[in-house]
Design a protein around this ligand. Structure first.
Ligand SMILES: C[S@@+](CC[C@H](N)C(=O)[O-])C[C@H]1O[C@@H](n2cnc3c(N)ncnc32)[C@H](O)[C@@H]1O
Length: 279
């Protein structure tokens, strides 16, 4: 399968990767864990810094887990993490899901967290996952749905940011609302039993807590998006509206902000429609 000319729009800036490295299998892959058993050979596609991968590896030990990602830098981070945690049933390789690098039918489980949204050919990627599965295997994927984001307070800058994010995702060949596409993508890729659940990430802060602004506004991401679209000057104006508006609100003694980000997850094998829960 040829590798499309894609741009991974979050990039691998240290602040992005540090954030990803806080993720855990228990939280991010909660929907998938009931399907894992010791002895299952697992592939984590687009594993990033590998914090979820090592958690998954513990679940399927003593079988081997492999994490792949096109970025050599994050793969190196993932290797160091696994070494530090003494997780010895996981290996990390630089690789792209579109490559034919593994033997067909060689995995019991394939997982991809927040990856399909960035691909221009998510259905081809899922077909590839399917070809790698042994009979009876299971695939788990979870992706954000930015279009379902809701937030308080109303903020024009935030709306600009969401519109901009959507625009850039399309330019880069991705899909900002990937969560809602997952059942369709799984179906098109030939999965015949699909289970869908949703979850909502809630970020809530009050008072003078500026971590909220730093975390949600992720200016490094905004920089990259806007630079890619039309240069730094454009970014500056967008960023000011988005980031500063929220920080100013937080700075007031009664300031409270929240943001709900919805995620969709799909996995092969059963058919059910999940619940939408705000945690
Ligand atoms: C949002 S990050 C998620 C990382 C990790 N799964 C997590 O949730 O912490 C998306 C990852 O997908 C990787 N990626 C992008 N395109 C890919 C492709 N074609 N094949 C495999 N991985 C890819 C990126 O390099 C990036 O590390």
């Amino acid at each position: 399968m040829s590798i499309p000319n894609e741009v991974y729009q979050h990039g691998h800036h240290a602040s992005v990767v540090t954030n990803h490295a806080k993720r855990t299998a228990e939280v991010e892959a909660a929907f998938f864990l009931p399907y894992l058993k010791p002895g299952m050979h697992l592939l984590d596609v687009g594993c990033g810094p590998g914090s979820i991968t090592t958690g998954l590896a513990l679940r399927v030990a003593p079988a081997q887990t492999i994490g792949i990602d096109p970025s050599e830098d994050v793969i190196e981070m993932a290797r160091l993490r696994a070494k530090a945690q003494l997780t010895n049933n996981v290996t990390f390789e630089t690789g792209n899901i579109y490559e034919h690098r593994f033997t067909p039918e060689s995995f019991d489980a394939v997982f991809a967290h927040q990856v399909l949204q960035h691909l221009s050919r998510p259905i081809d990627a899922l077909r590839q996952f399917r070809s790698l599965l042994k009979p009876g295997g299971v695939v788990g994927a979870r992706d954000v749905d930015w279009g379902s984001t809701t937030f308080y307070p109303e903020n024009r800058g935030m709306r600009h940011f969401l519109a901009l994010y959507d625009q850039l995702a399309r330019l880069n060949g991705g899909e900002a609302n990937a969560g809602r596409f997952l059942p369709h993508w799984f179906h098109e890729a030939g999965f015949f039993e699909i289970r869908v659940t949703t979850s909502t990430g809630v970020i809530y802060r009050s008072g003078r807590d500026t971590r909220m602004g730093r975390h949600v506004c992720q200016p490094h991401i905004a920089i990259q998006y806007c630079c890619q679209i039309s240069g730094v000057r454009y970014f500056e104006s967008r960023r000011s509206g988005y980031y500063c508006g929220w920080l100013a609100h937080l700075g007031s003694p009664s300031g409270r902000v929240f943001l709900f980000l919805s995620h969709g997850s799909g996995r092969m094998e059963e058919l059910a429609i999940g619940s939408f829960c705000l945690r």
